[in-house]
Design a protein around this ligand. Structure first.
Ligand code: IPE
Ligand code: IPE
Ligand code: MG
Length: 255
C-alpha cells in the first residue's frame, strides 16, 4: 500500500499523537532510518526476567516500528540485530537469539506480505546456524518483489568487517587505485544501492556506534534516547522524527 496521509492519521490517532503528527512535515522525512536496538537485557533484568524475555519483547518493538515506518512512507529501515562482537556473549544467549531470528521471521512473514516490505540482510550470514540461514533465504526469496519499504536486518554485521570485505572485493575485481572513488567503494558495501541513513536512533542511553554502518553514517543525525528497546513505541519514533526535523544539516557548508 503506498503512502497515505489518511492511513497515517488513523495509525497515530491516540490522544496526544494527532497533535504531534500535525507538526510533522511528511514531505521531509528521512529516506533511511537506522536503529541500534539496544537495552533488551536491561529491560528484562529490571523486571526480574531472563535476558531472553527481553529479546522476545524487542521483537514486538521492531514490529511496531516497521509498521510505523510503512505508514510514514519511510523507504528504508535498518535494524541492528546481532553484531560481529555479539558472539562473545554466553552460548546460551547466542543460541537463543539465532533461534529467535528464525522463528520470528517465519512468524512475521505475513506482515511482510501484507505491508509489501522487502527484506534485506547485511552481515556474514555464512557463519549463522543452517536453520537461521535457510529461514533468511526463504524470507529474501518471498519478499524480493516488494517495493513499499526495505527492511535491512543487520545480523552478524560489523562495520569494520564490511569495510574490509568491500576492499577485498575491489581488489579482486582488479581496479587500479586511480579509479577508486567513494561511490565505487559504496557499491561494494552490503548496502549497495541504498541511500545512506539520514537518521540514526540508539535506545538505552548508550552513546556509541558499536561498529554499526561506519561508512554509511558519516552524515546521519543521531537521536539517542534512554528508552530501552522493548519500550520503544510508535510515539518514540514520532519524537525522533520531530527532533530530526529541527536539525540544521549543514554537510560541512557555511551559510
Ligand atoms: C540489544 O539488547 C540486542 C542485542 C544486542 C542482540 P542487549 O542484549 O544488548 O541489551 P543490554 O544492552 O544488555 O541491556
Ligand atoms: C549493539 O549493541 C549491537 C546490537 C544492538 C545488535 P551491544 O549491546 O552489543 O553494544 P555494546 O556492547 O553495548 O557496545
Ligand atoms: Mg546492549
Amino acid at each position: 500500500m503506498p503512502f497515505s496521509e489518511k492511513k497515517l492519521h488513523e495509525f497515530y490517532s491516540e490522544v496526544g499523537e494527532s497533535e504531534r503528527l500535525s507538526v510533522l512535515d511528511t514531505s521531509a522525512l528521512p529516506a533511511h532510518i537506522a536503529i541500534i536496538m539496544d537495552g533488551n537485557g536491561r529491560w528484562a533484568e529490571k523486571q526480574g526476567l531472563s535476558r531472553s524475555k527481553g529479546h522476545a519483547a524487542g521483537v514486538d518493538a521492531l514490529r511496531e516500528t516497521i509498521t510505523a515506518c510503512v505508514r510514514l512512507g519511510i523507504p528504508v529501515l535498518s535494524a541492528y540485530a546481532f553484531s560481529t562482537e555479539n558472539w562473545k556473549r554466553p552460548k546460551k544467549e547466542v543460541d537463543f537469539l539465532m533461534q529467535l531470528f528464525a522463528d520470528t521471521l517465519i512468524k512475521e512473514l505475513p506482515l511482510f506480505h501484507q505491508e509489501e516490505v522487502k527484506l534485506k540482510l547485511i552481515g556474514d550470514l555464512s557463519e549463522l546456524p543452517k536453520k537461521t540461514q535457510d529461514t533468511f533465504q526463504k524470507g529474501l526469496r518471498e519478499t524480493a518483489q516488494y517495493g513499499n519499504m526495505t527492511l535491512v536486518l543487520a545480523v552478524n554485521y560489523g562495520g569494520r568487517a564490511e569495510i574490509v570485505r568491500a576492499t577485498k572485493r575491489i581488489v579482486e575485481q582488479g581496479y587500479k587505485p586511480e579509479v577508486l572513488t567513494e561511490d565505487l567503494f559504496a557499491q561494494n558495501l552490503y548496502t549497495e544501492g541504498l541511500p545512506d541513513p539520514d537518521l540514526l536512533i540508539r535506545t538505552s542511553g548508550e552513546m556509541r556506534l558499536s561498529n554499526f554502518l561506519l561508512f554509511q553514517l558519516a552524515y546521519a543525525e543521531f537521536y539517542l534516547t534512554d528508552t530501552l528497546w522493548p519500550d520503544f513505541s510508535r510515539s518514540d519514533l514520532l519524537s525522533a522524527l520531530l527532533a530530526y526535523q529541527k536539525r540544521n544539516r549543514r554537510f560541512g557548508k557555511a551559510k
